[in-house]
Design a protein around this ligand. Sequence first.
Ligand SMILES: C[S@@+](CC[C@H](N)C(=O)[O-])C[C@H]1O[C@@H](n2cnc3c(N)ncnc32)[C@H](O)[C@@H]1O
Length: 259
Amino acid sequence: MKKHDIHQMYQDSVQCVEAEIDFVKSTYLAIRGNNARFLREDFCGTGQTAGEWVSRDEKNRAWAIDLDEEVLQWGQDNILSELVSGAHLTYVKADVRESGVANMDVVLAMNFSYFLFMDRTMMRDYFISVKSSLEATGVFFLDAFGGYEAAKELTEERECEGFTYIWEQATFNPINSQMQCYIHFKTDDGVEYNRAFSYYWRLWSLPEIQELLLEAGFSQVDVYWEGTDEKSGEGDGKFKAAKVGTADAGWICYIVALP
Ligand SMILES: C[S@@+](CC[C@H](N)C(=O)[O-])C[C@H]1O[C@@H](n2cnc3c(N)ncnc32)[C@H](O)[C@@H]1O
């Protein structure tokens, strides 16, 4: 890996774009009976997920949207430049609510980025704008996290190749559900990247998100819950539509909304 590069470390520790795109591709196919082609990755960061999409199939096209010039440039230098089908991925510097990228089969809002919208009006407006960017046969995919440890002030560490990933839930205000989170990295040769990434967001609950998607005009909203590996008792990476989840300390799930 490229050493001492926070975007590389973020990708290596936070994202698993192969599994994400497997889920998006197979779920779209199961719902619509054909393959999605046009995908928009909102809050794209480096655009790694959009890059994975276009690398899967010659016919696929992707648009990667973010506000931050620096992260978009990193994506163009390190992801776009490595793609054989680079012309099929377009980076757009814009607010996700007004990128103008429409007629999509799929819109993605992953890694909880939409939690940055702090009130119901802002969230509903974002969802309305996504709905108007989708084909009638399109699908909106989001992820969410929660569980009784999600609202706790805590720090967790995970060893990765060449560095330690540190997730900190620094503050949580139960009155408005707003929280300050950080990602720190510590490389194996001792360099610390304190607060490499910082997120001030609201911990939204699944009922709130589902209700807002329906209020925004989506006709069907399903939560896809992760199965449990019988041996380890941990998540098995297989997400299925469900009406009942498990009251785990920490969970992530997908939400799938149809216009
Ligand atoms: C949590 S990162 C997500 C990166 C990547 N999507 C992932 O799955 O890991 C959030 C990103 O959203 C971007 N962002 C925040 N508000 C935005 C907005 N209103 N419109 C577009 N991008 C936004 C930030 O610049 C940042 O790169």
